[in-house]
Design a protein around this ligand. Structure first.
Ligand code: HEM
Length: 480
């Protein structure tokens, strides 16, 4: 009897929740329809279950070995732009290249970045990843032009070669080499060198340890109480921030002011001619810049090794191209420069194809600041937008055999500039680290294929919460 009562009460409660939800959703739908801008044009789709929306389906699909299922099902039912409800917000999902381009090109009056609460708490209010308007444009411009400067390119190429060489010297044929770990270690060293001119040593180890503690909090519950995951990550960030602020202070004490050539991103921000940026803002941004830079490059390298291992024809062509360059440089007795690496056209095509297939950043989230109309679709003010790159990169109307690793498709270079290819985003927030990422991957692949042949063990790509290889990509190498 008791059980029956509990069941009945639960059923009534459940129905009440569904009813309230429907009333809220229907009334808000009616409101949109009454708005002159949005008449019946909000993209079709489903808001799913009360409160949780379609998040469970989205996450389950992302975790599975067919991560396209969620998007493909809805694209089939509603078209390339549809509404959903994921991660706590009603969301318009765009898998359409033109709509995505519009979103990326828009300024902060139309769309602003939107991240889960744990991420915004960890980044802080002045992070480049969150700020908008003139301050974002200024920091973006300063960092972007530094990463493009010939002086940084020369320095980073040298550093990268040194770190790769040091790492590969220890490789033997008596144990598998975990490419993901090797690449992670090297990429972190390069990043920290570019950001704060720190060489490997105790300071670097300290930062790495704190950063690992910090980064796990990005995917945590937004509860900041002592002992919670988020709290521990914030503490790690504070320790890193203190470390970077000490470094800034010693630079200021040494009188590193306008007119000195910038050695790293801290110098660039310290020397901003327009406005004095505070030490807090600089330190926070240095740490926040590690977020997009730290994981993405190692994953790019690891995926390239995975795809090459599965495609012998591409591996052979890549090896021949790199061997040729190595021989010609050895004859001249010269070191390889940034431009040498980028002149390896097939190697670049391999990296481009890896970016397309790998979708290291699956998409970007924004929030609409006003009612927006794009290509006949309406996005109501306050709604989130997920510009989902992955579906565009794997759409067979954009790419023939989209699931096949086929670097030769990039011999038609014009494809790279089309809106069908946005691994680094676009518009005002286009990734300032894109050249650096390509260079790091080129240097790693060059040294790998010119010094070793290898046999890869089986491994699978995991796509959620971040892209990575399940077994960290073990390979057995043999020195050439
Ligand atoms: C394969 C490697 C990489 C990929 C796929 C990648 C991808 C992206 C994407 C898609 C965005 C745009 C985010 C948005 O629009 O909200 C972005 C922004 C950014 N990336 Fe990268 N990135 C990579 C490497 C790097 C590296 C090495 C750095 C070096 C520090 C870096 C620094 C940044 C920064 C600072 C932003 C924010 C720019 C802004 O909002 O103004 N990225 N990246």
């Amino acid at each position: 009897m008791d059980n029956a009562l509990i069941l009945l009460t639960t059923a009534i409660l459940f129905c009440a929740i569904i009813f309230c939800y429907k009333v809220i959703v229907m009334s808000s739908r009616r409101r949109w329809h009454q708005s002159p801008l949005l008449q019946l044009e909000v993209p079709p789709g489903s808001l799913g279950w009360p409160f949780i929306g379609e998040t469970i389906e989205f996450v389950a699909s992302a975790y599975s070995d067919r991560p396209e299922t969620f998007m493909n099902k809805r694209r089939h039912m509603y078209g390339k732009v549809f509404k959903s409800h994921i991660f706590g917000s009603p969301t318009i999902v765009s898998t359409d290249a033109e709509v995505t381009k519009f979103i990326l090109q828009s300024d902060a009056k139309t769309f602003v970045p939107s991240y889960p609460k744990s991420v915004t708490e960890l980044m802080g209010k002045t992070s480049i990843l969150l700020i908008n308007g003139s301050l974002q444009r200024r920091i973006h411009g300063l960092v972007g032009s530094f990463f493009k400067s010939p002086q940084l390119k020369a320095q980073i190429t040298q550093d990268m070669q040194k770190y790769v060489q040091q790492s590969m010297e220890c490789w033997g044929d008596d144990r598998p080499i975990l490419i993901q770990d090797e690449a992670k270690n090297i990429a972190f060293q390069v990043l920290v060198k570019a950001l704060i001119s720190l060489d490997p040593g105790k300071g670097m180890e300290f930062l790495k340890k704190q950063f690992q503690e910090f980064i796990v909090g990005l995917m945590s519950l937004p509860i900041n109480v002592p002992g919670s995951r988020l709290h521990r990550s914030l503490q790690a960030k504070n320790r890193m921030s203190k470390f970077v602020k000490n470094l800034i202070k010693s630079k200021r004490d040494k009188g590193r002011i306008i007119s000195t050539v910038a050695q790293d991103v801290v110098d660039v921000l310290l020397n901003d001619p327009n406005e004095q940026l505070t030490d807090d803002l600089i330190a926070d941004n240095i740490i926040d810049m590690m977020i997009p830079g730290e994981d993405s490059v190692p994953v790019l390298i690891t995926l390239a090794v995975k795809y090459l291992s599965d495609c012998p024809a591409a591996l052979q062509q890549l090896t021949e191209e790199n061997m040729k360059l190595k021989r010609s440089k050895a004859k001249l007795g010269e070191q390889l420069s940034w431009n040498d690496y980028l002149s390896l056209s097939f190697t670049q095509d391999v990296i481009t194809e890896t970016l397309r297939m790998g979708n290291i950043i699956i998409g970007v989230m924004r929030k609409a600041m006003r009612d927006v109309k794009i290509k006949g679709y309406s996005i109501p003010k306050g709604w989130c937008v997920l510009a989902y790159f992955r579906s565009v990169h794997l759409d067979e109307t954009n790419y023939e055999w989209p699931y096949q690793f086929y670097p030769w498709r990039w011999q038609h270079k014009e494809m790279m500039t089309s809106s069908n290819f946005t691994p680094f985003g676009g518009g005002q927030r286009l990734c300032p680290g894109l050249d650096l990422a390509r260079l790091e991957a080129s240097v790693f692949l060059h040294h790998l294929v010119t010094q070793f042949s290898w046999k890869a063990e089986d491994d699978t790509v995991v796509n959620f919460p971040t892209v990575r290889l399940k077994r960290r990509m073990p390979i057995w190498v043999k020195r050439r």
